[in-house]
Design a protein around this ligand. Sequence first.
Ligand code: HEC
Length: 501
Amino acid sequence: MRRNTIVLAASALMLAACSKQAPAPQPAPEVAPPPSPAVAAAPTITPVDVPAGYGYPGDRTEFQAWADTWQIDNITTAAWNLWAGMTSDSGQKWNGAVLPVWETWCGSEEVFSATGCTTLSKPGRRFERPHQFGHVAKLLGKTAKNDEGQVVSFNKFNPPMVKYLNTQQPGPGGVNYNYVSMQSLASLNAAWPAETPISQRTVVEAPYQSDEGSTQGYTGMETKPVIFIVKASGLTPMPLWMGPKASTNAANSTPNTWYNCVLLDPTAAADPAVMPVPATPEQIAQAVASPGLSCKNYWYAPLATIYSFQMNAAEAADWNNVANNSGDSGQGLIASAGDYGVLVGMHVNSKAIKNWTWETFWWQPGKDAPNNFPGSKAGLTDNVAGAWRNYAMCTGWNQTQGNASSKMVVCFNPYLETSSGIPAGQTSNCMSCHGVATVGSPLGGTPEAPVLPSLNYPPDYKKPINFDTDPRYSTFTKTDFSWAIQGDAINLPATSAAAKP
Ligand code: HEC
């Protein structure tokens, strides 16, 4: 309930921020002007899609065959190519720094709002504790421990996905539904005729359009970037994943339990190719005190080995607000303007195939984790540039290792699904959990703070879920694998003219 209040307050702020923008429509600049105190108008960020040359959106028939028959080498190459494309230079800048393509995308706060999102006046980086954790607290009466890793994240959506979410979509009864409104989603679920087959109890699927001749296609993409901080001065220890055994807690190996930490140096030459080396006693003496961490083995590397952006005062305040309110100790650091937000991990999916492609990336400079668990840098393609080469990946394009196999895929992000707030996270796969993303009716909570019902997370990952026939769906509506629709939808009366048909 507290979350709903936050979302509402946030969208009110958003409206206020939007109304300050110059009203006259201007041609979108190819390159956003660098922010300068002399320029009065707020700079604009124009969301751009993954450019041509990276195999995006991909051939659905081909990709589906790879997922069905577990052609893992082809899947790995396609996933690294997508990473190369989404991290490529957008040609736009913010605070003097080049924005990778995904940074130009609208965030949950802008998309799930009464106005929707077309351009941004600042990067969509509203920090929040992943709902993923609180979600279980709500559904299963279980809660992530407060002393677990400080994880601050948000969701971002590529332009075709935003257009889909901000357009009213047809549904039962010849009515259009608004997927950013809790009320509209609940009435969608209530409107299915009793005889509707489970396979059809779903929102309209997210878009996929294949390439046509020389015209590039497109498809819905979603991301969940995870941000830690590095202080502007001193050497900030950054937890380095080396598997569940290099942790004080093998069952729930959250980042604050990891033994290996890299001291990141913002003053070192900005070379992302320099690999971590064992830290000297002098370097360890300069470590920024991070009371929440379990560092035993210290490494040293330039800050440039990880994607970072310098926080302004508002972002730092926002980050601290989440850190304080969630009660996490995590890194145990307070952010100030000028400190760096660093990308420790990022979930990515794309509607290239019916049940989406799933890939997750985490910071892994130098050696891969033992047994490449749950993934590695193997197969990294040459088009991945700079610090983006220092991320390991696993993929989960199917629940099992091919349709003919009963062997479950295990793919999780060590920064996220290690939380005790997620059942069996270290044996989880993305598709099974997102496949139960659903909305129900009627709304719970109160009119001021409604709660949109959904199915529980899978309690384990022992066998695949049949998304077309599982009887648990019979009173719910599937949200096409998007937990964001269920979790980020706002308190917005269905009659509101928000999204346009
Ligand atoms: C235990 C359930 C669970 C597992 C496992 C899981 N997720 Fe999620 N995921 C969620 C929930 C809930 C949200 C929405 C709230 C949030 O952002 O925390 C979410 C959000 C996301 C988003 C943002 C858009 C959306 O669909 O909501 C992406 C992208 C994503 N996850 C990808 C992945 C990938 C890739 C994996 C596997 C490596 C994965 N997830 C594993 C529950 C899960």
